[in-house]
Design a protein around this ligand. Structure first.
Ligand SMILES: NC(=O)c1ccc[n+]([C@@H]2O[C@H](COP(=O)([O-])OP(=O)(O)OC[C@H]3O[C@@H](n4cnc5c(N)ncnc54)[C@H](O)[C@@H]3O)[C@@H](O)[C@H]2O)c1
Length: 322
């Protein structure tokens, strides 16, 4: 019998997967935990894998290869949690869903920016505590201030368009982009140039080995205007200890994060209650519509791969030629 392993998920239920995969007459197995031992054991009898955030390590991929597994479908855009090189060695296709939530993440980024700029969280807390006072010093005009985007791909461009509509000046640093693609965005030659002039810094680069701790103490030292640092990309882009230190001593005026390292933030972590931090639980991708689309498209990749059709969005296309 065909078996599909779901390593982990964040959805209300798996009805969509059952519906999409019905033609395979497959058993759908949800891993009880996402540790490597459990996943390796379950992968050893799986012909297809659906993965959300769980690490699909070389050991898990090797175990799946022994079962003739043909596809690892990532629920999401980034696929840094899947050992793609190991999958490619075994001729296993890895897929992602690169564009299901671009508007949601851009909206969430602007939500964090606006909430930080308008002092929304302390104001709501004030009212909840039966007060009615305004934080006069902490709120500044948004129009005319500068947003630096680090990464100008699908999400970065959508943030740029929204930010321009709020009257922000938008600068972007992206070493792989020559044409900003959005009128009114200025490209910076270096990340340091972009950071130096920014009142808000927002990260939209992928989590690669090269980008690990892209924003560390040195990068924060290049930020000349005590900006709000926003991260809706991946936690590993930011050295969180350095960012907390900068928030505490005023080199950052705010920290607005949808993604952290580690994730979730440990209970009691200082950022959970920090007056100038806004932390959301890795939810930027989510809307009811985006999540349903994500489940359907990821499951369809498994169906296509296991019925001899080419997946729509392979990330290691070279295996298809074999
Ligand atoms: N929080 C969430 O729920 C959520 C949801 C979806 C995507 N994401 C994350 O958002 C990020 C952006 O996604 P996207 O769809 O726009 O990706 P994308 O691939 O379209 O764009 C990424 C851009 O970053 C650029 N880049 C790479 N390294 C860089 C560097 N060191 N400095 C500056 N730019 C660099 C690339 O050239 C590319 O243009 C990814 O990290 C993705 O994982 C988060």
């Amino acid at each position: 019998m065909t078996r599909i392993l779901i390593t982990d998920h964040v959805f209300p239920d798996l009805a969509i997967e059952h519906e999409v995969l019905a033609p395979l007459d497959a058993e759908i197995v949800l891993a009880p935990t996402a540790d490597e031992d459990t996943l390796a054991e379950l992968a050893a009898s799986a012909q297809g894998i659906l993965v959300c955030f769980a690490p699909v390590t070389e050991r898990v991929v090797d175990a799946a290869a022994a079962a003739g597994c043909g596809v690892i479908a990532r629920y999401g855009i980034g696929y840094d949690n899947v050992d793609v090189a190991a999958a490619t060695r075994h001729g296993m296709v890895v897929t992602n869903v690169p564009d299901y939530c671009l508007d949601e993440v851009a909206d969430h980024t602007m939500t964090l920016l606006l909430a930080a700029a308008r002092g929304l969280v302390p104001a709501v807390r004030e009212v909840a505590n039966d007060g009615w006072a305004i934080d006069h010093a902490g709120v500044h005009r948004i129009a005319g201030r500068t947003l630096a985007l680090v990464g100008l791909g699908g999400i970065g461009r959508r943030v740029a368009a929204r930010a321009l509509a709020f009257g922000l000046n938008v600068t972007a640093f992206d070493p792989f982009v020559d044409d900003p693609g959005v009128e009114g965005v200025a490209l910076a030659a270096t990340m340091a140039d972009a950071l130096a002039a920014a009142d808000f810094v927002s990260l939209h680069a992928p989590a690669t080995v090269e980008n690990h701790h892209l924003i560390d103490g040195d990068a924060i030292a290049q930020m000349g205007r005590r900006p709000v640092l926003i991260n809706t990309a991946r936690g590993s882009l930011v050295d969180l200890d350095a960012a907390v230190a900068a928030l505490d001593d005023g080199r950052l005026s705010g920290l607005a994060l949808d993604v952290t390292e580690p994730e979730p933030l440990p209970p009691g972590h200082p950022l959970r209650r920090h007056p100038r931090a806004i932390i959301t639980p890795h939810m930027a991708f989510h809307s009811v519509e985006a999540t349903e689309e994500l489940q359907r498209r990821a499951a369809t990749e498994v169906l296509r791969a296991l019925t001899g059709l080419e997946p729509a969005r392979p990330v290691n296309r070279e295996v298809l030629a074999r």
